[in-house]
Design a protein around this ligand. Structure first.
Ligand code: PLP
Length: 434
């Protein structure tokens, strides 16, 4: 790895002399001595690997990962360019195809997920759409869980049928319906667990077993669980997708997505589609996320502790009809959540009494918690799914998903939990005084 970087950098150095004083840092002239006593990176524990996995320093020895904010790369010779295009030479070609900063984040996410390969995309929807469109063709069949992020639902219900793909939705917890839907040849299965916004938990292993019997590739959208709390690949999934916009950036700055799977599937199925349709991540966004991933575990663990505390508070509060939190015993799939997830979630859903008017009064009284449809942020955010993220669904479809007019989705942030509870009390007071 080091030798290819040196080679690339020395190529750039030579090309940049021109009218400038000759500058060839000594470190570019020869390879640094190989350090043979380095511990095996795989022997490090997860928190250490969030800082170090996939790190590839240039010979300058920078502390932080280098940001290669470049659209293209130059070649030493026409022969080298030719070799790069035939695949005989290992050299970056164009950032839509690959970039060292993006590759650095891909390696770190692979390590975190326990996946062989990762492809980063411009957004989370870029990840979901590529993961599906890269594998289906006219005449195929796709089965999806009904409770999906709004745009994922649109891809399955509106876009795929346009290209001649038959799509079937299944109520996530209905195993008989999964069995029925997966009783004929199926190309792909898409599911989300816990689901957005009501935090339904699906039996990933059981669905994967059924799906594999009919030849389907199972794609799991693991945003709500985060790579820390749920390992879909260990539960039998073939592909895992993320909106890195959420917990991975986690500070409301940049958009990004990730698709993870086997080397064969990523390289042979996903990459050709992704590269040729232009769904690639900016190196700048990758660099921002390399910084944020260092604190992923710290943030997600603290946010989850806050979420558990807030869920317990809301469950006892007057005016709150129901609380949905996978880490609470009263969650309908608590036992399953305990089996397949390492911890609850940073999200809590709850239903206030008084329908839409009650929910609006509650949200408008909040002074610390912001109203926003993003999630996974250090800042606490609430949204009213029925009138925002899930407004496009037919009312019957919303009812089926348990998205009532009083339902609120709460993405719990890093603030002091007691300040969050004080703010929720403002909401409760407004609800009571309506
Ligand atoms: C946000 C989100 C997406 C889409 O991600 P973007 O980065 O906004 O494109 C997909 N799935 C789930 C579960 C999400 O929460």
């Amino acid at each position: 790895m080091v030798s290819t970087v040196v080679h690339r950098l020395s190529g750039q150095c030579r090309a940049s002399t021109g009218n400038w004083p000759a500058f060839t840092p000594p470190c570019l002239q020869e390879l640094p001595p190989t350090m043979t006593d380095q511990p095996d990176p795989k022997s490090f524990r997860p928190a250490t690997r969030l800082i170090n996995a996939g790190l590839e320093r240039t010979p300058y020895g920078e502390t932080s990962e280098a940001m290669f904010l470049t659209s293209g790369f130059v070649y030493d010779s026409a022969e080298q360019a030719e070799g790069t295009f035939t695949g005989d030479v290992s050299h970056y070609q164009y950032t839509r195809f690959g970039n060292p900063t993006v590759a650095n984040l891909e390696r770190r996410l692979c390590d975190l997920e326990g996946a062989e390969a990762c492809a980063l995309t411009s957004t989370g929807m870029g990840a979901v759409s590529s993961a599906l469109l890269a594998q289906v063709r006219a005449g195929d069949r796709v089965v999806a869980s009904r409770a999906l992020f709004g745009s994922c639902h649109w891809i399955v219900s509106e876009l795929l049928p346009r290209y001649g793909v038959e799509t079937v939705f299944v109520d996530g917890g209905d195993m008989a319906a999964w069995k029925e839907a997966l009783s004929k040849p199926t190309r792909a299965v898409l599911l989300e667990s816990p689901s957005n916004p009501m935090l339904d938990v699906l039996d990933i292993r059981m669905i994967c077993d059924l799906a594999h019997k009919v030849g389907a590739t199972v794609v799991v959208d693991n945003v709500f669980a985060t790579p820390l709390y749920q390992k879909p690949l260990e539960l039998g999934a073939d592909v895992v997708v993320y909106s890195c916009t959420k917990h991975i950036d986690g500070q409301g700055r940049v958009l990004g997505g990730a698709v993870l799977g086997t080397e064969k599937w990523i390289n042979e199925v996903l990459r050709p589609f992704q590269r040729n349709t232009g769904n690639s991540l900016s190196p700048f966004n990758a660099w921002v996320m390399l910084k944020s991933i260092e604190t992923l575990a710290l943030r997600v663990n603290a946010m989850t502790q806050n979420a558990a505390k807030v869920a317990d508070f809301l469950a006892e509060a007057p005016g709150i009809a129901r609380v949905f939190y996978p880490g609470r015993k009263d969650h309908p799939q608590y036992e399953l959540a305990k089996k397949q997830m390492a911890a609850g979630s940073t999200l809590v859903a709850f239903e206030v009494e008084g329908g839409k008017a009650g929910a609006f009064a509650f949200m408008n009284a909040l002074r610390l918690i912001s109203i926003s449809n993003n999630l996974g942020d250090a800042r606490s955010l609430v949204t009213h799914p029925a009138t925002t993220t899930h407004m496009k669904l037919a009312p019957e479809e919303r009812a089926r998903l348990g998205i009532t007019d009083g339902a609120i989705r709460f993405s719990v942030g890093l603030e002091d939990a007691d300040d969050l509870i004080d703010d929720l009390k403002r909401g409760l007071a407004a609800l009571a005084n309506r």
